[in-house]
Design a protein around this ligand. Structure first.
Ligand code: FMN
Length: 213
């Protein structure tokens, strides 16, 4: 059993990464093999619309034909039993690192025909992990719920029922005094980080155990 987690935050030690590390730790506690990939480390592009993945007689049918540093990661995602995608919200979307990854992951499996099912490996447990600076009540106001719904729908189209894990009202910086931040109630943020975030890390651990069971 192999779980692959993909971090779409450019920060390799912050909220998204910490949650994904816990997902991996939860899976490892059930003897699963785990790997956490930081997209920040990889040089790649989004889909270039070459359509090599749509040519039944081509060598890349059903697989992304663009060869770059994402190619081995897409192969790992294809083979993994469990795939967890984690991203911060950036302007009410997944980060560009994650969007580019999603384009390449999903498009290779999409067929422009109703005569065949998508070319994705269906037997894959999947989850989406989102972090955001906004409080929960702003998810709808900032239309982040629409993005979650579209991405969840696509994960389910290509793989299997997709669990969504939301972590709201995150700490943006370690030291708020260094920045202009009158927008935020810093003491409330710190309190939440000390009291609620550890519980969310535990929930992420539990998610990891569930996904490999
Ligand atoms: C460019 C940028 C855009 C952001 N846009 C949003 C947003 O639209 N909604 C939101 O709730 N938080 C937004 N945030 C805050 C991040 O989503 C939040 O801090 C997240 O926890 C960062 O993840 P990380 O700690 O793993 O890097 C934004 C942050 C950055 C840097």
């Amino acid at each position: 059993m192999k779980l692959l987690a993909i971090n779409g935050s450019p920060r390799k030690e912050k909220n998204t990464a910490q949650l994904l590390e816990k997902v991996c730790a939860g899976a490892a506690s059930k003897q699963a093999e785990t790997e956490l990939v930081h997209l920040r480390n990889i040089h790649y592009q989004g889909c270039v619309s070459c359509f090599q993945c749509k040519s039944p007689n081509g060598k890349s049918y059903g697989r992304c034909g663009l060869v770059d540093e994402l190619t081995p990661i897409l192969q790992k995602a294809h083979e993994a039993d469990v795939l967890v995608l984690g991203s911060p919200f950036y302007f009410s979307m997944e980060s560009s690192l994650m969007r580019a990854f999603m384009e390449r992951l999903w498009f290779q499996y999409l067929l422009y025909t109703n005569l065949k099912p998508p070319l994705s490996p269906k037997k894959k447990a999947v989850a989406l992990v989102y972090t955001m600076g906004a409080q929960e009540e702003y998810i709808t106001v900032l239309k982040m719920d629409s993005v979650i719904s579209v991405s969840k729908g696509l994960m389910e189209r290509f793989f299997a029922p997709c669990e969504v894990f939301l972590c709201c009202d995150d700490m943006l910086f370690d030291d708020y005094s260094k920045y202009e931040t009158d927008f935020f109630d810093v003491s409330a943020k710190l309190k939440r980080h000390q009291e609620v975030f550890p519980q969310e890390l535990e929930q992420a651990f539990a998610l990891g155990t569930r996904l490999v069971e």
